[in-house]
Design a binder for this molecule. Structure first.
Ligand SMILES: NC(=O)C1=CN([C@@H]2O[C@H](COP(=O)(O)OP(=O)(O)OC[C@H]3O[C@@H](n4cnc5c(N)ncnc54)[C@H](O)[C@@H]3O)[C@@H](O)[C@H]2O)C=CC1
Ligand SMILES: NCC(=O)COP(=O)(O)O
Length: 333
């Protein structure tokens, strides 16, 4: 791969810096794709020293990152000084965190990077600093807007054993039910099907849609959204030639045999989708944003403030995110 991956700073008081350093240290052993970190070189050197990790850091620009990567961690400065202490987040880091996401998108749009990989952010901390987007997923869609048109971003959590998509994303459960419509389900499913074809090489992806209510509504006795919203969406999708099954009871669609019948499970709300994958594949799960004009992946976990700066953070999910971004980029090339 000729272009590097652009890796964002994330919340600097969290484990993002720790897992970035650990991933770089394992680059040769694991044959990782080249990446550069968008952040403050001095800050990342300090975290390496705190963790006792021998990671040389080189301040650079994206064009030199691939060459530098074998010898040092390439860091592209964003112009924000970072002073965060592990486990003690505060709003003063917010601009550095947000600035690195903005810069990563500029880099990928300008062809300087092959994909965006994000380190975890602490949403509540960014909200306190005035950030108005629920999370990366929605913010990246705003940054991807073309001529004022914001694409629909779709959150997919992917692992070798399971891929899941929540139709509604970062909203309260009550609001998720209100947001649920047949057009939202069909547009989400179309984006998922197109992305599985384009980036994952599945010529005819098999998609399973969950119900919303217990037992998928039990014939309308435990809720009617299956009949009034989800089944009509499935009919539209089948008429368009997509391989879609459902609505399936969410409690019985994730066991071993059931998972073999589909390539991706589309669920109606955040926890319905994310609980099964984080239970089955926390270490290798990757959060992918579909529907954007560029590739974005991320570890499936959050900032883990309790273990930041302690040397116990597992870099496996970030490593999986780096690998998947590179795989998607080469599949799409
Ligand atoms: N993509 C992103 O930016 C995401 C950000 N978050 C944010 O993270 C913050 C904390 O969220 P939580 O629900 O506590 O989830 P979390 O994933 O940060 O932590 C959950 C548990 O898993 C452990 N853990 C997480 N990652 C680990 C790793 N790499 N190695 C070892 N142990 C690990 C933590 O120590 C904790 O016990 C929130 O502010 C949330 O908004 C959460 C998920 C994704
Ligand atoms: N639970 C997943 C999550 O919070 C990740 O959100 P995003 O920041 O990638 O939009």
């Amino acid at each position: 791969m000729s272009k590097p991956l652009a890796l964002t700073l994330g919340e600097p008081a969290g484990i993002g810096p720790d897992i970035t350093l650990q991933a770089w240290l394992r680059r040769t052993e694991l044959g990782l794709p080249a990446f550069y970190l968008l952040g403050d070189p001095g800050f990342i050197s300090q975290r390496a020293a705190l963790l006792g990790l021998d990671v040389p850091v080189t301040e650079t620009h994206p064009g030199q990152a691939v060459e530098i990567f074998s010898k040092a961690l390439p860091v592209v400065p964003t112009g924000h000084r970072v002073t965060a202490q592990p486990g003690r987040p505060d709003v003063t880091s917010a601009e550095a965190t947000i600035g690195s996401i903005r810069q990563a998108v500029l880099d990928v749009k300008a062809g300087r990077a092959s994909a965006v990989v994000t380190n975890p952010i602490a949403k509540a901390i960014l909200y306190r600093a005035g950030f108005t987007h629920p999370g990366h997923t929605e913010y990246l869609a705003e940054l991807a807007a073309d001529g004022g048109v914001v694409p629909q971003p779709v959150m997919m959590l992917w692992s070798p054993t399971l891929a899941v998509v929540p139709v509604t994303i970062h909203v309260a459960l009550r609001e998720a039910i209100e947001q649920l419509t047949s057009p939202l389900i069909t547009s989400t499913t179309r984006i998922v099907a197109a992305s599985l074809r384009r980036y994952f090489g599945l010529s005819r992806p098999r998609i399973a849609l969950s119900g919303l209510n217990p037992h998928a509504g039990e014939d309308g006795t435990m809720g009617t959204e299956e009949d009034t919203i989800i089944a009509p969406a499935i009919a539209t999708l089948r008429n368009a030639g997509l391989d879609v099954q459902g609505p399936l009871p969410a409690d019985t669609m994730f066991h071993d045999a059931a998972r073999k019948t589909y390539d991706c499970a589309i669920c109606m709300y955040h926890d319905q989708a994310l609980i099964p994958i984080k239970t089955l594949a926390f270490d290798e799960g990757v959060n992918v944003t579909l529907g954007l004009p560029f590739i974005r992946t991320s570890p499936d976990h959050g900032t883990a403030f309790g273990i930041a700066g302690k040397g116990t953070a597992n870099p496996a999910s970030l490593i999986a995110a780096l690998r998947l971004a590179a795989r998607m980029a080469s599949q799409a090339a």
